[in-house]
Design a protein around this ligand. Sequence first.
Ligand code: AMP
Length: 396
Amino acid sequence: MNKKTLKDINVKDQTVLVRVDFNVPMEGETITDDGRIVAALETINYLIDQGSKVVLFAHMGRVKEKADKAKNDLAPVAKRLGELLDQEVAFSPVTRGQELEEAIKALKGGDVLLVQNTRYEDIDGNKESGNDAELGKYWASLGDVFVNDAFGTAHRAHASNVGIASHLDSAVGFLIQKELEVIGGAIDHPKRPLIVILGGAKVSDKIGAIENLLPKADKVIVGGGMAYTFLKAQGLEVGKSLLEEDQIDFAKKVMEEADDKLVLPVDVVVADDFSNDANTQVVAIDAIPADWEGLDCGPATVKRFEEVLDGAKTVIWNGPMGVSEMPAFAHGTIGVATATAKLEDATTIVGGGDSAAAVKELGFEEDFTHISTGGGASLTYLEGSPLPGIDAIADK
Ligand code: AMP
């Protein structure tokens, strides 16, 4: 990696602005999963040890109107971070102005301050999400150096990542460094066989990943809603299953290029309704009834996927194998997660989003090499597309 990392810049006794990903799920004021806060601790603790004055920027949810502010207030996150660090974390309820500036001036070496949700700036003309030049410059004026450790927003050019980085010496934090090293290493120098598993709703969301990974992978397993467009492209009828008519030609092209690399479902679980309580049946892929929709892989498919995964040395997985949020249609996702978790001496990576949630829910967190903290960002990285939040960081 040619970007500066935390240890390449001088942070000692400096006021260090850090973009972190604290976009945690909340129920009222309760954080239901603090994984993203925990993931940022290594960088924050390093800065504390270096005597830095640590100023954290983070976003939560979407803030488009005043009513969105209260439910996306970062105050509970400051409290939780304080508990995890075992030291007080100051909180600025505003994103600009005297109160924030004085709070930063009051910091001593090793102190930590969290700034209110950067997207509060979106109410008045999308300043954060639109990477408003004046806002990035203003935030940059509050510190000496910038560290980006928010992988989850690295695929976006916002004022709090790209904007600040364009005015200060900068580096990626330990979390982004790990994301890039592990995912990048698996794509560029995989131990073989490399098996890629792609699932989720739409082919159109995964076109870039398919194009980039198909030539590099030994096998590409395709499951989830996106599989039906491939089945249709083979001339099969898919009933009411998810189908992207405008992607059929792309699917045909992929199948031609893929030779025997592509592994598609051989049977599916169809339902008469998009609900956990629907009537279901297992059918072969050439026998999907017209009025039913495929919502999960069938048992023969799970077995086939397990066989393909057996002996894999690198696995990159993005997207569930069915509607895994509904227990009735989670079997394909559970099957793939279990088979991957069991692999020995393999590098196993799961992207963010539903597949990562399934891995955690099944208690396989420790069995995977890496669970990415960024769904969209990891998919962008798998596509080989630019990540503006990282491109903006100073080169080594
Ligand atoms: P993605 O964000 O592209 O990874 O897609 C995740 C979504 O795909 C989840 O909400 C799943 O419910 C949905 N999904 C997976 N398989 C199917 C399917 N067979 N039919 C409809 N939706 C699906």
